[in-house]
Design a protein around this ligand. Structure first.
Ligand code: ZN
Ligand code: ZN
Length: 371
C-alpha cells in the first residue's frame, strides 16, 4: 500500500501561513486532523506553528496515537485539563501573535472560551478558512489508490443488488443488502446512508429508503458509496428500470445522461467549475426540464463525502490535475419519479478520467424484474 506523507502535508499547511497572515493554527476538524496526521480518533486538535507540530489529545488515545502517528509528538491530557487548556499553553509557548483557528470547525462556545482566555495575552485570535480543505482538493497517489478501492467495493456491491432485484423487495431491503455486500467486499462501511428510492421516492433527491416496494414503479434510484480501509469514499448513483420502460422515462433518462456526458467531456485543468455546471444545466433546460434540476452538478469527496470543491452556478473554482469530483445531474418529477446519474471523475494532466465503470446507457439500466 502507498503510505501518505503526513509530514509533507503539514509542511504544506505551514507554507500557507505567510499568505494567510497567521503564525499558528489550531486544526480542530476531525477530517483535517486525520489528513495531516493519520490519526483516526476524535476530540484531538493539531497545533501547528513554525518549529512546532503537536497533537493535543487525551488518555483514551495514548496508545492509538503511538501506533497511528509514530513520528508526531503528542501531548496527552488527563481528566483535570481540557483540550482548550493545552491549546492555550501551546499558543503561549510558540509566542504566537496571530493565532488562527478553523472558522468552519470551532463552535461558538469553544471560540468564546478561547477568545476570553487569550484576551489578556499578546496573541490575537483569527479565523482561518479552508486552509487544509484547499490542499485536500488535490489528491495524492495514496489517496487516489484509496478512492479507487472505494469505487471498486461500491461497484461490486451494486452488482449483488442488481442481480438479486425482486418485485417484493422494499427500498430498505435493498439498502441493507447493499450495505452488507459492500462490507463483504472489504468496505469499512458505507460512505453515507444509501439512498434507495422507488418511483415517487426517487423524485426526492435525498430520500431515505423506506417501505416502498420495487413492484410499485418501474424506476428505482440508488445513490451509494463505500469507505475504503483507510477512510476514503466513493459516491455513485444509478437508476434501474425494473418494469416496462416508457418513452417518457427514456427521454428523462437520456436527457440526464447526455447532460452528464457533456459535462464530463468539458472537465480538464483550467476549466471553471461553474462553466461545466452550466453545460449540464443548459442541456437539461433546453430539453424542458430546467426547473426539475435544482442542485449543484457535483462535489469533491475523499475522507468526507462532501468536500470543498463544488460545481454549481456560483462556484469560482478552477479544475487542477489530481482533483476528484462527482458529476451528478438529475431530473426530479415530483410525485412521479426521478433520475440522477452520478460518476466519480479524476482531473488528469490533459482532461479527466472517469473512475467509475458501472454501465450507464439506458438499455443497460433495464433490469426488467417486473416484466
Ligand atoms: Zn451520491
Ligand atoms: Zn454526490
Amino acid at each position: 500500500m502507498l503510505l501518505p506523507d503526513y509530514e509533507a502535508r503539514r509542511n504544506r499547511v505551514l507554507r500557507k501561513f505567510r499568505e494567510a497572515g497567521i503564525d499558528s493554527l489550531l486544526v480542530s476538524s476531525v477530517a483535517n486532523v486525520r489528513y495531516l496526521t493519520g490519526f483516526t480518533g476524535d476530540s484531538s486538535w493539531l497545533f501547528l506553528a513554525p518549529g512546532c507540530q503537536i497533537i493535543l489529545s487525551d488518555t483514551r488515545y495514548e496508545t492509538q496515537l503511538q501506533t497511528e502517528c509514530p513520528g508526531l509528538t503528542a501531548e496527552i491530557r488527563d481528566a483535570g485539563r481540557t483540550v482548550l487548556d493545552l491549546a492555550i499553553d501551546r499558543i503561549a509557548a510558540a509566542g504566537a501573535k496571530r493565532a488562527a483557528f478553523e472558522a468552519e470547525h470551532l463552535n461558538f462556545a469553544t471560540w468564546q472560551a478561547l477568545s476570553n482566555r487569550l484576551a489578556t495575552g499578546p496573541a490575537n485570535l483569527l479565523p482561518a478558512s479552508g486552509l487544509v480543505e484547499r490542499l485536500r482538493e488535490v489528491k495524492d497517489r495514496s489517496e487516489l489508490a484509496q478512492i479507487r478501492e472505494a469505487v471498486q467495493i461500491a461497484e461490486r456491491g451494486i452488482g449483488v443488488v442488481r442481480s438479486s432485484l425482486r418485485p417484493a423487495q422494499t427500498e430498505t431491503d435493498i439498502r441493507f443488502l447493499l450495505e452488507s455486500a459492500m462490507r463483504d467486499f472489504g468496505g469499512c462501511g458505507t460512505a453515507f446512508e444509501p439512498i434507495v428510492g422507488v418511483g415517487p421516492t426517487a423524485a426526492l433527491p435525498h430520500a431515505h429508503a423506506g417501505s416502498r416496494r420495487v413492484s410499485e414503479h418501474p424506476v428505482l434510484l440508488v445513490d451509494w458509496g463505500a469507505v475504503s480501509c483507510h477512510g476514503y469514499r466513493s459516491d455513485l448513483t444509478r437508476v434501474f428500470i425494473t418494469g416496462k420502460p416508457t418513452k417518457h422515462i427514456e427521454k428523462v433518462y437520456n436527457t440526464v445522461l447526455m447532460a452528464q456526458q457533456a459535462a464530463i467531456a468539458a472537465i480538464r485543468p483550467g476549466a471553471l467549475c461553474s462553466d461545466v455546471d452550466r453545460i449540464a444545466r443548459s442541456l437539461i433546460a433546453d430539453a424542458g426540464f430546467g426547473r426539475f434540476f435544482g442542485h449543484g452538478l457535483g462535489h469533491g469527496f475523499g475522507l468526507e463525502i462532501h468536500e470543498s470543491l463544488r460545481m454549481s452556478p456560483l462556484s469560482q473554482q478552477v479544475f487542477e490535475p489530481g482533483m476528484v469530483i462527482t458529476v451528478e445531474p438529475g431530473i426530479y418529477l415530483p410525485e412521479k419519479f426521478g433520475v440522477r446519474i452520478e460518476d466519480d471523475v479524476l482531473v488528469t494532466a490533459t482532461g479527466c478520467e472517469v473512475l467509475t465503470s458501472v454501465p450507464r446507457e439506458f438499455e443497460q439500466s433495464i433490469v426488467g424484474v417486473l416484466a
